[in-house]
Write a protein that binds this ligand. Structure first.
Ligand code: GLU
Length: 476
């Protein structure tokens, strides 16, 4: 069987976001499932829209997600040609000239104004001019000769009355009528190939077997198929994934107001790459069954191109948070600690603590937080002066707390301040005052930690330290 080869072909007009990550990831999973190759190549012919550091940022973020290309311009294999389109401009031109030679393409000298005039004239004659309406398609060699030196586009001559059929992996058969497609430009007057032309040459040169991309590319596909056919090449198999929409069913994009859209944003909020990989793999694809938490290796194994969804997938931030919180618990403690330390706000002077103590504090929240920066909502009480909030003070007043407060101050001053001694002390106080359960733990928690919620109480008290806890108790 032919080696399976898929590619992710970003244009460096922007950074890696949820949408193009999904494309990269599905192509990666597809290739790796069949032990094939995953290629990243750059479609950089739209010079005006290129952003300087986009390529670097795309590669950095892909690497962070561990979507590793087997080939790219950083890891090229010579026989497949260049991995950046701007390095192939002459090759595209050569193929365009070949097409002209065979009659599949022609030079078009019309200006935009001339084209529009012709279209209007056709409309006036009652012809709905969906097709290119210029006149250059029928110029003789001699007529062309008289235009030497003039600027021209090269247009593909779209055959008449032909049906193009995509046997789409996601959607099944999609048919296009060639009469709906005008003769389109393959090389612009500035000599640069257009996307629909260059992509075919690249997919051929790189022996791409399958193309998985977003549904916005469906209408491009018949154009690409006609180039494959004209050049006598076999087209890859296509799959067009459904849209990713937000909670308002709008296409997920920066423009539709989705503020957190780029992978780098999730990275700096403290999402784990494993969780992002896991969640994005489930956008528009599913392995079936109830499970939702998968490692990269499991996803590679489970990948099945027949399981792409036919309806749009919703990007649900709350679900992503949940997936991340599961991964936070799943990673081992050492990894969690080094990860979480990156997100501590410098206003907390953690360097004042011994490593063990800091680790102990951070471990308290391994099961509490959904993503990295949330650690800062929790650790304030260990580093700064925190007062009990109004609501918690009200809550405290609903309990019998005065006697409890006095007893705690008395006992805490005298006990050894380790977890077990603190646990024993709480138990004994409960017994001697005749209170238990919430009536015991809630007021103690509020008075000692200044918070009504938090992780394991005795441990939290221990890490706060005797001095801070006494202060908190006396501040009530
Ligand atoms: N460069 C195209 C894009 O950014 C990818 C086209 C393709 O996958 O064929 O959408």
């Amino acid at each position: 069987m032919k080696n399976i080869r898929l590619r992710y072909a970003p244009s460096p007009t922007g950074y890696l976001h949820i949408g193009n990550t999904r494309t990269a990831l599905m192509n990666f999973l597809f290739a790796k499932h069949y032990k094939g190759d995953f290629i990243v190549r750059i479609e950089d012919t739209d010079f005006e829209r290129n952003v300087d550091d986009a390529i670097e940022s795309q590669f950095d973020n892909l690497a962070w997600l561990s979507i590793e290309p087997d080939e790219s311009f950083l890891k090229p294999i010579k026989k497949y040609g260049a991995y950046k389109q701007t390095e192939k401009l002459e090759i595209y031109k050569d193929y365009a000239n070949k097409l002209i030679g065979k009659g599949y393409a022609y030079k078009c000298f019309c200006t935009q104004a001339e084209l529009e005039k012709e279209r209007e004239a056709q409309n006036a004659r009652g012809i709905v001019a969906t097709k290119y309406a210029g006149t250059c398609a029928n110029l003789t060699k001699e007529q062309i000769h008289t235009k030497d030196g003039m600027e021209f586009n090269i247009r593909f001559r779209v055959p008449e009355n032909k049906e193009y059929n995509i046997a789409d992996i996601v959607r099944g058969d999609i048919k296009f009528d060639s009469n709906e497609i005008g003769d389109w430009v393959i090389i612009k007057s500035n000599g640069i190939a257009t996307y629909n032309f260059a992509v075919v040459v690249d997919d051929f040169d790189m022996e791409i077997t399958h193309v998985v991309r977003g549904e916005e590319h469906i209408s491009n596909t018949p154009k690409q198929l006609m180039v494959f056919e004209a050049l006598g090449w076999t087209a890859p198999t296509y799959g067009h994934m459904t849209l990713i929409v937000d909670e308002n069913r709008k296409k997920l994009s920066k423009r539709s107001g989705n503020q957190t859209f780029f992978i780098s944003q999730y990275k700096s909020l403290g999402y784990l790459p494993e969780a992002m990989f896991n969640y994005i793999a489930l956008l528009g694809w599913s392995p079936g069954g109830e499970d939702e938490i998968f490692t990269k290796e499991e996803l590679v194994k489970k990948f099945d191109e027949k399981r792409f969804s036919k309806s749009p997938s919703t990007f649900d931030v709350n679900k992503l948070k949940w997936v991340n919180s599961v991964w936070m618990k799943k990673i081992d403690d050492e990894k969690y600690l080094s990860f979480i330390k990156e997100f501590i706000d410098p206003k907390f002077e953690v360097s004042k603590l011994k490593e063990d103590e800091l680790n102990g504090i951070l471990m308290l929240f391994k099961k509490e937080i959904e993503y990295g920066v949330q650690i800062n909502d929790h650790i304030g009480m260990f580093f700064t002066e925190v007062k009990v909030s109004k609501e918690d003070l009200e809550l405290l007043k609903s309990f019998e707390y005065k006697k409890l407060n006095e007893t705690l101050i008395e006992q805490i001053s005298s006990i050894k301040f380790d977890e077990q001694s603190i646990k024993d002390m709480i138990k004994l106080i409960g017994l001697s005052l005749g209170i238990k359960g919430k009536d015991l733990f809630m007021p103690i928690r509020i008075m000692t930690t200044t918070q009504s919620h938090g992780p394991e109480l005795a441990k939290t008290i221990m890490y706060l330290g005797k001095e801070k806890v006494l202060n908190n108790l006396k501040g009530i």
